[in-house]
Write a protein of this length. Structure first.
Length: 359
């Protein structure tokens, strides 16, 4: 599958690339940015012509509404290179749907598909040499969409800006990851913005996550805000639990408005169904998982997200209970990670049409 461009862009190329001075041997996630970025403005009820230009600082007035009322949503996706040097995106249509789903919840106008998909395609074409080729490496793509009207009245903005930047990326996590089930703080509530990729969702999780890190845990698994009874998602990942040979994961919209509908999560569910792995998408009680662990039936926990792809969890804590997860010889986590990465890096045929070539 190849992306077909439908939009004209104003393109201003960088005079001198930063690439010769880039240190690809020390890729810290989200710290290095490639040569170009995209900017598209929504003004007076209309989208303006998008512009691709050198990555640079932008100026905003302190009255810009994004600073006061948090109208800001974003996406996370990647571009990959195969052994022949071809570049590919992975399910960009799903990221496009989700950013507009997020925008709608925050009262922001929808982004045109051509601006989003074509903009990313043009950026990746222009900065293709920034895609690293080491094991598990990729070009991380960050679209962010913010309110820019200069006014402090508590109302939706009348102007907005879409920006898309890219960043060479290595592994998001280094070393083993242990998680703590949170039973005090909440990430989202029913009817809220938990299912949206809203910037404020992440700010609200930093404090409890830092507290967990001080205890030796890299991530929190959130529970529902009403009773802290049901397992939901981690800070950067949807969660999967293998009890016996059955895989469990929590529901997203429309069943739940509290959990982000992940693209990797959706891909794993499809792969499980197509490979005869029993999977249930339903509410998962904390006590169900803890009891399974005590009985020896909890075989695996793993996270799924763009940054980490599939990440095995090695340790779990809930209140006074702690367990190390058993190592599986043929783990589901490895199975799904290999399946997805083989498609992303063009190592196998793609029967789903998930892989989009950037020409």
């Amino acid at each position: 599958m190849t992306a077909d461009l439908k939009t004209n862009f104003i393109i201003e190329k960088i005079k001198e690339s930063k690439l010769p001075n880039a240190d690809f041997s020390n890729l810290i996630f989200g710290r290095m940015f490639s040569d170009h970025m995209l900017v598209a403005d929504f003004i007076d009820g209309q989208w303006q012509t998008p512009k691709i230009m050198p990555y640079q600082a932008l100026t905003y007035e302190p009255s810009a509404k994004v600073f006061h009322y948090g109208q800001a949503v974003f996406e996370g996706m990647k571009a990959y290179k195969d052994a022949q040097g071809n570049a590919f995106l992975f399910r960009p249509d799903e990221n496009f749907k989700r950013i507009n789903q997020s925008a709608e919840r925050l009262g922001m106008p929808p982004i045109p598909e051509a601006y989003f998909i074509d903009g990313i395609t043009e950026l990746v074409k222009l900065d293709k040499d920034w895609i690293p080729t080491g094991p598990g490496e990729s070009l991380y793509i960050r679209p962010v969409y913010i309110a820019t009207e200069n006014a402090v009245a508590a109302s939706p903005s009348s102007s907005y800006r879409l920006m898309i930047m890219t960043s060479p990326a290595g592994k998001y996590y280094s070393g083993d990851v242990k998680v703590k089930i949170e039973d005090r703080f909440s990430r989202a509530c029913d009817g809220g913005v938990g299912y949206a990729k809203a910037a404020g969702n992440y700010a609200a999780q930093f404090y409890p996550t830092e507290k967990a890190k001080a205890e030796g845990f890299q991530q929190i698994i959130w529970t529902d805000s009403a009773q802290h009874k049901y397992l939901e998602e981690a800070g950067t990942m949807n969660m999967f639990f293998r009890i016996g040979d059955k895989l469990l994961t929590a529901p997203t919209i429309p069943e739940s408005t509290r959990i982000l509908p992940g693209v990797t999560r959706k891909s794993i569910i499809q792969l499980a169904k197509d490979n005869n792995i029993a999977i249930e998408v339903r509410p998962i009680e904390v006590n169900e998982v803890i009891e399974a662990s005590k009985k020896g039936d909890l075989k695996e926990i793993f996270g799924a997200g763009t940054a980490a792809t599939v990440l095995p969890i090695v340790g779990l804590k809930y209140k006074d209970y702690y367990t190390d997860l058993p190592k599986q010889e043929n783990s589901y986590a490895d199975f799904f990670k290999n399946k997805i990465m083989d498609i992303q890096y063009n190592r196998v045929e793609d029967p789903y049409g998930w892989r989009v070539k950037v020409d």
